[in-house]
Design a protein around this ligand. Structure first.
Ligand code: ADP
Ligand code: MG
Length: 695
């Protein structure tokens, strides 16, 4: 038997997308390592390994060997850059790059100042300047070369050498300066990708005020235990997930649901970590702490979203790996044909492979991070990419289109039992079912003060109903699939035409009662579905375990297709059926009994996932509040993100093609090539930052 352990390791020094690949390879080739996932956004690696074969020090030295580091676990993480800060820095960078380009053109090329300096200052002094300025870069290149890696600095260093070879030390020195500036910009680009995720992480509560022996003690979150009583004062952040045991407050849950309207919390209410008690104080019994809380899970999913890469990113990564050798070849050809070392140098200097690799993640991470803050948990760029071209929407009915809180409207006795008797038996049989219809039956019994009997041999049949023994009678409650005898009942058509769901009850194989329940359609559904149709969705279909007539009544009202009488496994098959026809299928469900169909869909969306772990786990996208407006929203976000990814890539591509051609034909001088090198990065940053501002 093999031993497997999963380690989460912080990695520092990764300031470029190609770095993740270096770290990945370094760890991957260690014996005993089963899988490695390196995350640029959160600066960590998740490694599955056999602890008997490989240990932490070995991994650390492998990472260090590749030129990166594993910081001590308690070293503080830098605070996120604020939006204002970011915009200012971006503007400064853009202005400085343009000013330098302009000055290089005017002073260097037009006034010929560089040539003058070159002639007057001794070459040896210039060489010293170049070496001093470019020392860290050259060391990087030497280290990489020793490991037989070609990095983008390698090509640029060749460019510097070419300039020195023709005695142009001023060019070489300026190039070195621009290389350092380029590194800074690139670093900042990567950092800007991390920003949205870090901003989210920074909302996590750090301490909790815990009641201990009548005293209130402020403890770091890690020391709080399940069952502890946590006190929250007005204006404070709730530190744990738990149940309110006393007090009253209005709670701002926007950190989780994105909804800024506060909700009321009082004894018995479930509250979530990272939400804020606005008015009033609460005493909370801790259920979950830290990463186990709903907020903790959201953060974890967002942090790991990088693992679910979009296809465009895979392609861009492959392309950027090929790009450096291709540039080397173009440089060689340029030299062969032009015999001009300066043109060759310009070719080597203009190329910036990192921009290809950064174009996608910078946009994706911005989008995913910003979405999480408004109650849309997206588990990876892959799902945004798929969602942007989705054309079929399958929707579960109960709890998704409807409020999921059906009311029993009619209780019909078929052979002489009293209303009270029927209700008592039904509610007892449904006692342990979690289905909303069971809840509706129990609620009515409670309202009418009907006492329940403890059921024996309880059995729940998904998509059909329940069976139990009550007072030695074998009771079955459910739909026609469960109670075939109901097929011949005539009086049901009317109720079903009103969109009501019927439950039939059998006692020892005799049909004894019928219940009709109606569930309310969520008010925002019609408008949301209408908008969804303008966003690439051609076909909408209602999938339900409910009966034909109830389903058709609702489907007609919404103007969508439907399929009724479905078992959970039928829903999976319908998803597969559409996929087989080449459609990209979105499935929306409550995430509880639809989990398998959600997982099968190209994009499974769970509705109202706050507090339901299954939904967060099973879905690809989780809507943290029950609000259909989030559905067209997430479609729009997906399309917008993909548009920005594409413009990022197109911009980088055009820049490189133009740059390389101008350089090869000797039109672009090396200094200018080096100075312009940061333009794609700045472009990507500015373009992607638009995604942080979601309406
Ligand atoms: P949906 O697809 O609309 O979410 P489900 O698959 O959960 O519906 O259930 C399908 C049908 O099975 C219900 O409409 C109901 O008739 C019956 N059913 C399921 N669970 C129960 C239950 N606990 N008690 C009675 N009927 C049930
Ligand atoms: Mg359901």
């Amino acid at each position: 038997m093999t031993n497997t352990q999963t380690l989460e390791i912080s990695i520092s020094g990764m300031d470029c997308a190609e770095c993740t690949q270096h770290v990945q390879h370094a760890i991957e080739k260690l014996p005993g390592v089963q899988s490695v996932n390196v995350f640029l956004g959160t600066e960590k690696a998740i490694v599955q390994l056999d602890p008997t074969q490989v240990d932490m020090p070995t991994i650390r030295s492998a990472v260090q060997g590749a030129g990166y580091d594993v910081p001590a676990s308690d070293s503080p993480k830098p605070a996120p850059v604020s939006m204002g800060d970011f915009n200012r820095k971006l503007t400064i960078m853009l202005v400085s790059v343009f000013t330098t380009i302009l000055s290089v053109v005017i002073f260097g090329e037009v006034l010929g100042l560089f040539d003058l300096l070159n002639e007057r200052v001794p070459f040896l002094l210039g060489l010293v300047l170049v070496l001093a300025g470019g020392y860290p870069v050259f060391m990087n290149v030497i280290r990489a070369t020793l490991k037989r890696q070609i990095i983008s600095h390698t090509l640029m260093t060749l460019g510097v050498l070419a300039a020195l070879a023709v005695g142009q030390w001023v060019t070489a020195a300026l190039v070195v300066v621009f290389m350092r500036i380029g590194d800074y910009v690139e670093n900042f680009t990567t950092e800007s990708a991390r920003r949205a995720v870090k901003e989210l992480t920074s909302l996590a509560p750090q301490t909790a005020r815990v009641e201990q022996m009548g005293l209130e003690i402020e403890l770091p979150i890690a020391q709080v235990k399940v069952g502890d009583i946590v006190i929250v004062r007005p204006g404070e952040k709730i530190a744990v997930d738990g149940e309110v045991i006393s007090g009253q407050a209005t709670v701002d849950q926007s950190a989780i649901t994105g909804e800024s309207m506060p909700v009321e919390a009082a004894s018995g209410t479930h509250v979530y970590a990272a939400t804020i008690a606005k008015l009033g104080s609460l005493r909370i019994r801790t259920d979950r702490i830290g990463v186990d809380t709903t907020f903790g899970r959201v953060v974890k999913m967002v942090e790991e979203a990088e693992a679910h890469r979009a296809n465009v990113q895979r392609i861009a990564d492959k392309f950027s790996a090929w790009y450096l050798p291709v540039v080397a070849v173009i440089a060689a050809l340029t030299f062969l044909f032009t015999r001009n070392p300066l043109s060759t140098a310009a070719v080597l200097l203009v190329a910036c492979s990192c921009s290809f690799a950064l174009a996608t993640p910078v946009a994706m991470l911005a989008s995913i991070g910003a979405s999480a803050k408004r109650g849309l948990l997206i588990k990876g760029g892959k799902y945004l990419e798929l969602l942007a071209r989705a054309d079929v929407l399958l929707v579960d009915k109960t709890g998704t289109l409807t409020l999921g809180q059906p009311q029993v409207t009619d209780v019909i006795s078929l052979n002489g039992l009293s209303r009270t008797e029927i209700l008592s038996i039904a509610a007892s049989a449904e006692r342990y079912s979690e289905h909303p219809l069971a809840e509706a039956v129990r609620r009515l019994a409670r309202e009418e003060n009907i006492s329940l009997i403890e059921p024996k041999d309880f059995e729940s049949v998904p998509g059909q109903g329940v069976r139990a023994v009550i007072d030695a009678r074998r009771i079955a409650i459910g739909n026609r699939r469960m109670i075939p005898a109901a097929e011949t009942l005539a009086m049901t058509a009317d109720l079903e035409a009103q969109g009501k769901t019927l439950l039939f009850m059998e006692s020892n194989t005799e049909l004894v009662g019928v219940f009709a329940a109606s569930d309310t359609l969520r008010s925002e559904v019609p408008a949301a579905l209408k908008e969804v149709r303008t966003l690439g969705i051609r076909h909408i279909e209602l999938l339900t375990g409910d009966n034909e007539r109830t389903a058709s009544a609702l489907a007609e009202k919404l103007g969508v297709s439907y399929r009724a009488n479905l078992l959970p496994e039928n829903k999976i098959n319908i998803v597969k059926e559409y996929q087989a026809k080449g459609h990209v299928v979105v499935m929306i469900g409550d995430g509880v009994n639809d989990a398998p169909a959600l997982a099968q869909a190209d994009i499974g969306i769970a509705m109202g996932a706050a507090g339901t772990d299954v939904a967060i786990e099973a879905a690809h996208i989780a809507l943290m509040r029950e609000d259909w407006n989030l559905v067209p929203d997430v479609l729009k976000i997906a399309k917008r993100t993909m548009r920005i990814v594409k413009t990022n890539l197109a911009f980088t591509m055009i820049y490189n093609v133009f740059g390389l051609s101008l350089a090869a034909f000797g039109i672009l001088p090396p200094v200018l090539a080096a100075a312009a090198q940061s333009l794609p990065d700045i472009g990507i940053m500015g373009n992607s930052a638009r995604l942080l501002k979601q309406k």
